[in-house]
Design a binder for this molecule. Structure first.
Ligand code: UDP
Length: 350
């Protein structure tokens, strides 16, 4: 028997030109894997993967995941699928719910069907939005979900992601498909666009432009922002963890911060206003409170707290988040600051 070279793992990343997808592609290539990214470039961009294009182990397929004739052969050619393609962002959710539902439900079903057909493992990206507006924190994977009425578009994202989870778990139970459902909490880092609502790139861009930072509501709502590099480490750890198959797993940081404090920290980082408390920054007009009704839609309900219980992923893989929020904010500033100085480069935020 010949001892030929061990074949490289081949990862198919749906949404591979998106924010998390492009970072994952980089990490997989750095680990010596072959990477195929499929992306319709609706919210992702070619720009995110430009630095990978010359790598012979990387391929970008600009297409939708909904067409089985494109997706099938790509799934067949890979070992593992990481399904990140999704319509995300509160702005998009409120203003284009049809796209959100179709992409997240029909797209996920297409990926799972192709994976069943070719017997490939799938890691499915879900979201902490699945927990809805429950006030309990931290959220554990088996906690109940609490959602608003179907007349409010805000909840269609949560429901579409939950439908994707149901589908993945059902294919696992009924057809033996190896799946892992990853519930991502707020993820931040370079290349995240603020176009669809994400708070960190929006506030950093505002601060860089010398504009007031728009904090919605009273700013006392809190979130835990996890660095995208930590999230990528979690995906890679889950991909090779046999005990994670068939499981739903939270992925996120546990460093909780109010949005008002987030705005203060961004200003401190940029302008040395760290000693000023948020009240002082409000009084000086550096932070502006915007009612939710004007930011989104009338009757909009925001989550007060969103903190993950990450004991499960730590137990399964040993993963814990590593980068503190201030370091991530520094990286976002470093990424966005030169972007503002290059004429003609498409605006990534706003
Ligand atoms: N937010 C804000 N200003 C903005 C954008 C968002 O204060 O310009 C708030 C938003 O209302 C929410 C938090 O920041 O309370 C996080 O928003 P994001 O859309 O980033 O994530 P999610 O709401 O999904 O946690």
């Amino acid at each position: 028997m010949s001892n030929g070279p061990v074949p490289r793992p081949h990862v198919l990343i749906t949404g591979g030109a998106g924010f998390i997808g492009s970072h994952l592609a980089e990490a997989c290539l750095a680990a010596g894997h072959r990477v195929t990214a499929i992306d319709d470039l609706s919210t992702g961009s070619r720009h995110n993967v430009e630095q990978l294009m010359a790598d012979p182990l990387f391929r970008l397929v600009e297409d939708t995941i909904a067409d089985p004739s494109t997706l099938g052969p790509l799934v067949e050619a890979c070992d593992t699928v990481v399904h990140l393609a999704a319509a995300v962002g509160v702005d998009l959710i409120v203003h284009d719910p049809v796209r959100v539902i179709e992409c997240n439900v029909i797209g996920t079903q297409a990926v799972l069907k192709a994976a069943v057909q070719h017997g490939r493992k799938v890691l499915v990206a879900s979201s902490s939005e699945v927990y809805g507006k429950g006030a309990g924190a931290p959220f554990g994977e088996d906690d109940d979900r609490l959602l608003g009425p179907t007349t409010k578009s805000r909840w269609c994202y949560s429901t579409s992601k939950a439908a994707g989870e149901y589908l993945a778990l059902a294919y696992h139970r009924q057809q033996g498909l190896p799946v892992v459902v990853m519930r991502f909490f707020n993820t931040v880092g370079p290349r995240q666009t603020g176009r669809y609502g994400m708070v960190v790139p929006r506030l950093v861009a505002q601060a860089l432009a010398g504009e007031p930072l728009t904090v919605y509501g009273d700013g006392r709502q809190s979130r835990c922002f996890c660095d995208v590099n930590d999230v990528v480490r979690a995906i890679l750890a889950l991909a090779t963890c046999p005990a994670a198959v068939g499981q739903v797993v939270n992925v996120g940081s546990t460093e909780e911060v109010t949005i008002l404090e987030l705005a203060r920290r961004i200003l401190a980082l940029l302008g040395g206003d760290g000693a000023t408390d948020a009240g002082g920054l409000l009084a000086r007009g550096l932070i502006r409170l915007v009612p939710f009704e004007s930011a989104y839609e009338s009757g909009f309900e925001d989550m007060l707290r969103r903190v993950p219980d990450i004991r499960k992923i730590t137990l399964l893989t040993g993963w814990t988040p590593g980068l503190p929020l201030d370091e991530t904010l520094r990286r976002v500033v470093t990424w966005l600051a030169p972007a503002r100085l290059i004429p003609g480069r498409p605006a990534e935020v706003g």
